[in-house]
Design a protein around this ligand. Structure first.
Ligand SMILES: Nc1ncnc2c1ncn2[C@@H]1O[C@H](COP(=O)(O)OP(=O)(O)OP(=O)(O)O)[C@@H](O)[C@H]1O
Ligand SMILES: [Mg+2]
Ligand SMILES: [Mg+2]
Length: 494
């Protein structure tokens, strides 16, 4: 065998993701238990014989979960087959009281599809293999926090039976950054659909698959056979986009190192240890036959054929972005900011009509989102105050208050104290002062500051600013600095 140096070998990371997302429904997928979590909820309280897997209890499919799944399928350009079925996936683990999970196998509700996303300014498309419905198992808490060192583990079935969708991508990603950019886009789309809440704890969990394949020089795409035969690792249960990116970057380095040292990468399931920033081996990868899939006889096949056409989805982020650019003449950056969530886009769109779109964009994208972000608030916290916010922009637009006061005083007070803009303007005396009050202040400033006037005529730069400052002081900051500037020049030069 000829020895090749590491530099000569063209090693490429191949990545595919399985993304489990929690669908927003009021009740669980196969029973009437609530999905509403509270911070102080006691373990094992939102449970019933069905989600506890007691003998004889029968599942009943939640219509809302099916509707949400069809929406996801439409957004991902999947085919939604006439008939879809449920299967039992058998495994023995304490998070699963029935010892099987009801999931879908050979007839998932969404077949195929794709999603476009951007990474470093470039457009990419990833194939979707399938997306299916399933129930979430219970949650385990490992004493001390880490699965591999815990002395004991507690189990809570409140989560058991929460509706999940598993969205499986083709192995189309070639870097951890791409995988992360896809997750960002997917989350955005799911939120637009109104089927997903990113702020809910544990609402998204990723299994990240990675293998390293070697390309001979000049090879284009990697062929199917190479992908099949490559040993991949699956890092299970990563709970954030950033975690997925880091775990994949770690795996890429680890596997490349192994290959370059002439070692085989083992096909296995690994665990992402967030605190140590490493992946650790859990078990050899289970093969499909280990699960002994068989039909779930307690649930009849599901036909969505007549119903699926009636299920509508809203305009999705890419389309809305394009429309905002065309309709409101926004630049790419503003359009992106203003469509980052459906709620922001709706908010903007509702006020954009009343003003110049650029003014509205600055107020929503820069001022409002900036101040909200600083306070750890989101647009949903002010959604019902749209009228007040519109009034604020109106006050600025009509030059009744200065931009500076609007940004630094009125907006902040609105958010901190919940007051309305007119009330704040009144209380703080921020209304722009009458023209003659400003005139008088200008006249006084000139009279009282002979030195500065002399400096001004001598061409000294700071003198005018000094005089502007004097006038602003006399009017308690309520005069418009631009106007003051002009008035002073007129008087001094005239
Ligand atoms: N060579 C490869 N390298 C990296 N990822 C791959 C490779 N081949 C397939 N994958 C990815 O592995 C994932 C397989 O997911 P799938 O749910 O079909 O099976 P699984 O992981 O065996 O099942 P389970 O749901 O029980 O974990 C897909 O995201 C796919 O893109
Ligand atoms: Mg899977
Ligand atoms: Mg998997």
């Amino acid at each position: 065998m000829t020895a090749q140096t590491a530099e000569q070998r063209d090693l490429t990371a191949v990545i595919g993701l399985e993304v489990h997302v929690q669908l927003e429904t009021a009740t669980k997928i196969f029973c009437g238990c609530s999905t509403d979590t509270a911070d102080d909820e006691a373990p094992n309280t939102r449970t019933c014989p069905v989600c506890l897997g007691l003998p004889g209890a029968l599942p009943v499919l939640n219509e809302g979960a099916v509707e949400a799944a069809v929406k996801v399928g439409k957004a991902l350009d999947s085919e939604i087959p006439e008939e879809t079925r449920f299967h039992r996936k058998n495994y023995y683990y304490p998070d699963l009281p029935k010892n099987f999970q009801i999931t879908q196998y050979d007839a998932p509700i969404c077949d195929g599809g794709e999603l476009e996303f951007s990474v470093d300014g470039e457009r990419r498309t990833v194939g979707i293999e399938r997306a299916h419905l399933e129930e979430d198992p219970g949650s385990l808490s490992h004493a001390g926090g880490s699965i591999d060192t815990a002395e004991y583990t507690l189990v809570d079935y409140n989560r058991a039976g929460t509706p999940l969708m598993e969205i499986v991508t083709e192995p189309d990603f070639r870097s951890a950054a791409e995988a992360r950019a896809f997750l960002t886009k997917l989350t955005e789309v799911l939120e637009y659909l109104g089927v997903f809440d990113v702020t809910r704890n544990g609402s998204l969990r990723v299994d990240a698959n990675l293998s390293i394949v070697e390309r001979s020089a000049g090879d284009g795409d990697i062929d199917g056979e190479t992908l099949e035969s490559a040993n991949r690792t699956e890092v299970k249960n990563i709970s954030s986009h950033k975690g997925a990116e880091k775990a994949l970057a770690y795996e890429e380095t680890r596997q490349k190192n192994a290959i370059q040292r002439g070692r085989e990468v083992e096909q296995e399931t690994r665990h992402w240890d967030e605190s140590r920033g490493i992946t650790v081996s859990m078990r050899s990868k289970e093969a499909e036959k280990d699960y002994r899939y068989f039909r779930e006889a307690d649930l009849p096949p599901l036909r969505v054929s007549d119903w699926k056409d009636e299920i509508e989805i809203p305009e999705l982020p890419d389309a809305r972005r394009e429309r905002f650019r065309e309709e409101f003449g926004l630049d790419r950056e503003s359009a992106e900011k203003l469509t980052s969530t459906k709620q922001v886009a709706d908010f903007y769109e509702r006020i954009a009509g009343s003003f110049d779109p650029d003014t509205a964009a600055t107020w929503v994208a820069d001022n409002l989102l900036g101040e909200l972000n600083y306070r750890d608030m989101s647009i949903t916290d002010v959604e019902d105050r749209l009228e007040e916010f519109t009034r604020l922009v109106e006050l600025v637009d009509a030059e009744e208050i200065t931009v500076k006061n609007a940004e630094e005083i009125v907006l902040r007070r609105m958010l901190d104290d919940g007051l309305d803009p007119d009330g704040i303007v009144e209380r703080e005396g921020l209304g722009k002062t009458d023209a003659d009050v400003v005139e008088t202040a200008v006249a006084e400033a000139i009279e009282e500051n002979a030195g500065a006037v002399e400096d001004y005529h001598a061409g000294e730069d700071g003198a005018l600013n000094f005089l502007v400052g004097q006038v602003m002081g006399k009017t308690q900051g309520s005069a418009d600095p631009g106007t003051v500037n002009e008035l002073l020049r007129e008087r001094l030069d005239g």
